[in-house]
Design a protein around this ligand. Structure first.
Ligand code: ADP
Ligand code: MG
Length: 343
């Protein structure tokens, strides 16, 4: 058993500035396992940024091109559990022998080994043995090695023998390409404006982005509707509320229009009437305060305004907050509704 999932390949891994080094190092290793100086290869990055996908792609590539090699993918959690079982069943010899036969060891999420001294000890032993024998070791972690608390120094120093590369948050174009690729794989069509909307709205985590697409498809088939912008907005409103601790621009807009008795169209629209402009600026201000969205992305959600308009809105609200009690009360009321820390 190799525990590789054939769905994760280089072909369906979208390359962008966010992952270029990690991908190309991974590709080099996939073509010459154990031979390059990238040994071990250590990939790190936040949740849902493609670590598992990439290391699985490396494993699959080796399996498909060098079928004599024994490629093993294992999560650190599984490795730990196997080790504990082996201890319990007096089976250590088998456990160790099994790992020493591996040609390519992919071990995912090594941060999980933190504080597990005996598991680290056996891993250290296996690591040394494999590395000396010219076998390839590939690891992932959710943070850079230097920040891996609870891991023994002798292990950490070995992690740095090879190459360490990070996976960062994807930029807008990469997110759009990832969405398009997923849709293509699913064989479904979503209009370009909806794709753009999704890419702007879910910008920190690719797994979450996929979750949104799945929910959207489910919503569409449940309600027998075409996927359009309205459905996308509704879907996002529902799941972001549940899934995300962070508040979304959608919800901020919804609460602001409820507070002021406007419609979403009025809030996002072009009209310069004062009764729209102030709520709009307040919503923009709240979006900047309480979400991770860039100015560009916030502007997009407010009728495609540019980032200087967004900056202007935030400044106006900051000014009004100093003098205008009504504006301050409105903002606090919306913040309260959103269960956010108040100004
Ligand atoms: P991690 O292991 O870093 O938490 P995963 O590898 O599980 O993240 O990725 C989460 C999801 O996002 C997976 O379904 C994966 O296929 C997808 N994904 C991540 N990065 C990319 C990418 N560059 N191109 C295509 N899909 C990606
Ligand atoms: Mg993972």
């Amino acid at each position: 058993a190799s525990y590789l999932n054939p769905q994760y390949t280089f072909e369906n891994f979208i390359e962008g500035d966010c992952n270029r080094l990690a991908r190309s190092a991974g590709y080099a290793v996939a073509n010459k396992p154990g031979v390059t100086s990238f040994n071990p290869l250590m990939l790190y990055g936040g949740v849902g940024l493609g670590k598992t996908h990439l290391v699985q792609a490396i494993g699959n590539h080796i399996k498909n091109t060098a079928s004599n090699k024994f490629v093993l993918y294992v999560s650190s959690e599984k490795f730990t559990n196997q080790f504990i079982d082996a201890l319990k069943n007096n089976n250590m010899q088998n456990f160790t022998n099994f790992y020493l036969q591996v040609d390519v060891l992919v071990i995912d999420d090594v941060q999980f080994l933190a504080g597990k001294e005996r598991t680290q000890e056996i891993f250290f032993h296996i690591f040394n043995h494999l590395h000396q024998a010219g076998k390839q070791i590939i690891m992932t972690s959710d943070c850079p090695p230097r920040e891996l608390k609870g891991l023994q120094d002798r292990l950490l120093s070995r992690f740095k023998w090879g190459l360490t590369a990070d996976l960062q948050q994807p930029d807008l174009e990469t997110r759009i390409a990832i969405i398009q690729k997923k849709l293509q794989a699913e064989g479904i069509f979503i209009p370009p404006n909806v794709i753009e909307y999704l890419a702007h709205s879910v910008d920190t985590n690719i797994r979450e982005l996929e979750g949104v697409i799945v929910s959207l498809m489910a919503q569409a088939s449940l309600n027998r509707k075409e996927i359009d912008l309205d459905l996308a907005r509704q879907t996002l409103q529902n799941i972001v509320q549940h899934v995300d601790k962070e508040v979304s621009i959608e919800i901020i807009q919804k609460k602001v229009v409820e507070h002021f008795g406007l419609t979403l169209e009025e809030l996002r629209g072009k009209s310069r009437r004062k009764e729209y402009v102030i709520p709009r600026q307040i919503a923009i201000y709240l979006a900047k305060e309480h979400t991770e969205h860039s100015l560009k992305s916030i502007g997009y959600h407010f009728g495609g305004r540019d980032h200087s308009t967004v900056i202007h809105a935030i400044q106006s609200v900051n000014d009004m907050l100093k003098t205008d009690q009504e504006v301050k009360a409105a903002i606090q009321s919306v913040q309260k509704q959103l269960k956010l820390k108040m100004v």
